[in-house]
Design a protein around this ligand. Structure first.
Ligand code: PLP
Ligand SMILES: N[C@@H](CCOP(=O)(O)O)C(=O)O
Length: 487
């Protein structure tokens, strides 16, 4: 394993050097992986990225072939986490985390067409791709907090899936309390119930009168109140937390190698909201995975494809779709890409993020070209989504969920006339969206037997105004109610 530092010494000499992390806004201290893991957002409001990019040599990538998912995960995460956690500890965590998945391959590939594949990321406990990272994150955080004899309060925002995955991964934890904010009435019943039916005292789901973007802004406001964040040891599990991205990089390598990488290239289409999952694909490419095309797939909330076409990132109001987890406008992780595309110009990032906050838009300027060169982009209308689900079922017998259908539509629109295999990331199981699937296909996909009581178990959740003071009060109360004994 080596690191991409141009110019620089040979990669093997670099390989023992721990990776440190810098903020995209350039005004926060550099941190270790463990600090980044526990802090989430940087104190200057920016996002952490590695100071140097690790590179995995082709022969190591080739050797991933046939290896258990957990072993590849330990290697990939180890590239970023070496300073904080040993590869043996990572391997033990990965074996434990991925042992909970319902498929031996963890993230199997299914062929749906001559040269198109679906990468099923939904075999974890909450039937969405978030489990792949969240199950590792919970173990990494517990390991780090135990080492420091500390507790933390996690506050997260969800458009449907992150919340359930976080609550499932951290429920019952003695070191962590979790408060998840979700947009009232804008998640599916199954998604909401995955958050509101667990009875563990350390997990709380809160409906916010607003959109996902409002929930995410509330979380960032809590992080930006430095006195508040320090008083409760605030941590984050959204993809603003770098460890989330890192843990998602693994399945790009696993899928790529299964289809012939590093000896041949592959392409991915990624259903996109917060830009986390596709950023993980971009990281895999930087680390050496030969990815020909990386396609941003949106639903009718098409701010990223519009920015791709016009060079202007402009908010227009969120519309509700059958793929609610992608009903997002402020794609947090886009900031990480812009930081790299601008040549790590923290001043540029402060400028564009300030403009977005104040005026709801910014011009990509010099970043428009690298954005177009690095990614393709496509948006699916609601009619496109229904059509993709119906014809895929008719053609191959395979049932896509509405998020995955956006991915397929975007892949089809941007596919080159090349023989490179196209992989659509399947980010959720169709059973998470029974109403939408019934409208499209005429029947409701069944939930797995282990979730049979989900739709009848009692729910508990307060509804709060989109108001930072009210949310702070709720979070402080949840933190106060935490058990004594750990500082
Ligand atoms: C099912 C599903 N698909 C796609 C996405 C978009 O992923 P990202 O926010 O990482 O872009 C999400 C939410 O994040 C999701 O829950
Ligand atoms: N689609 C997500 C939104 C939050 O994204 P994250 O990856 O930053 O946690 C969800 O389902 O909650």
């Amino acid at each position: 394993m080596g690191e991409d530092r141009r110019p620089g010494p040979p990669f093997f000499q670099e390989s023992l050097r721990p990776v440190t992390y810098i903020s995209t806004r350039g005004e926060a201290a550099s941190l270790t992986f463990e600090d980044v893991l526990l802090r989430g957002l940087a104190r200057d409001g920016g996002l952490y990225v590695p100071e140097v990019w690790p590179v995995i040599p082709p022969e190591t990538i080739a050797a991933f072939a046939g290896k258990p998912f957990a072993e590849v995960a330990a290697h990939v995460i180890g590239c970023f986490a070496r300073s904080s956690v040993s590869e043996d500890a990572l391997l033990a965590m990965a074996r434990d985390a991925y042992g909970r998945f319902g498929h031996p391959a963890v993230t199997p590939l299914v062929q749906i067409d001559r040269n198109r594949w679906v990468l099923e990321l939904f075999h974890g406990p909450t039937l969405a791709f978030k489990d792949v990272a969240m199950q590792m994150l919970a173990r990494l955080m517990d390991h780090a907090l135990a080492g420091r004899n500390q507790r933390a309060v996690i506050v997260g925002a969800t458009s449907g899936d992150t919340g359930g995955a976080a609550i499932e991964a951290f429920r019952g934890s003695e070191r962590v309390d979790v408060v998840i904010l979700f947009p009232e009435g804008r998640v599916s019943d199954v998604q909401r119930r995955m958050m509101t039916t667990p009875t563990d005292a350390n997990v709380h789901a809160v409906a916010i009168e607003g959109t996902f973007d409002d929930c995410q802004a509330l979380v960032k406001a809590l992080f930006n109140d430095l006195a508040f964040r320090d008083s409760i040891n605030l941590a984050g599990v959204n993809s603003i937390n770098w460890a989330r991205i890192v843990a998602q990089v693994t399945y790009y390598f696993v899928a790529g190698v299964a289809l012939g990488a590093p000896h041949r290239a592959v392409s991915f289409a990624v259903p996109t909201g917060n830009f986390g999952d596709i950023l993980a694909g971009w990281v895999a490419k930087r680390m050496g995975l030969p990815i020909e095309r990386l396609t941003i797939a949106s639903n009718e909330n098409d701010i990223l494809p519009r920015a791709h076409a016009t060079g202007v990132y402009e908010m227009q109001g969120v519309v509700e779709t059958t793929s609610p987890s992608m009903d997002i406008q402020i794609s947090s992780n886009f900031e990480r890409f812009l930081f790299e595309a601008s040549g790590r110009d923290a001043g540029y990032i402060r400028g564009v993020m300030g403009a977005l906050q104040q005026g709801g838009r910014f011009e990509l300027g010099p970043c428009a070209v690298p954005f177009r060169e690095t990614f393709d982009a496509g948006a699916a209308s609601e009619a496109d989504v229904a059509d993709a689900i119906r014809r895929t079922k008719a053609g191959s017998g395979y049932l896509l969920d509405p998020h995955t259908a956006c991915g397929l539509v975007a892949l089809e629109r941007t596919e080159a006339q090349s023989e490179v295999p196209g992989i659509v990331l399947s980010t959720a199981h169709p059973a998470k969206f029974p109403d939408a699937m019934e409208r499209i296909m005429g029947e409701r996909p069944g939930l797995p037997q282990r979730l049979s009581s989900l739709l009848t178990d009692p729910e508990r959740f307060p509804v709060l105004a989109n108001d930072v003071v009210e949310v702070k009060r709720f979070v402080a109360e949840a933190a106060r109610a935490a058990p004594e004994g750990v500082s």
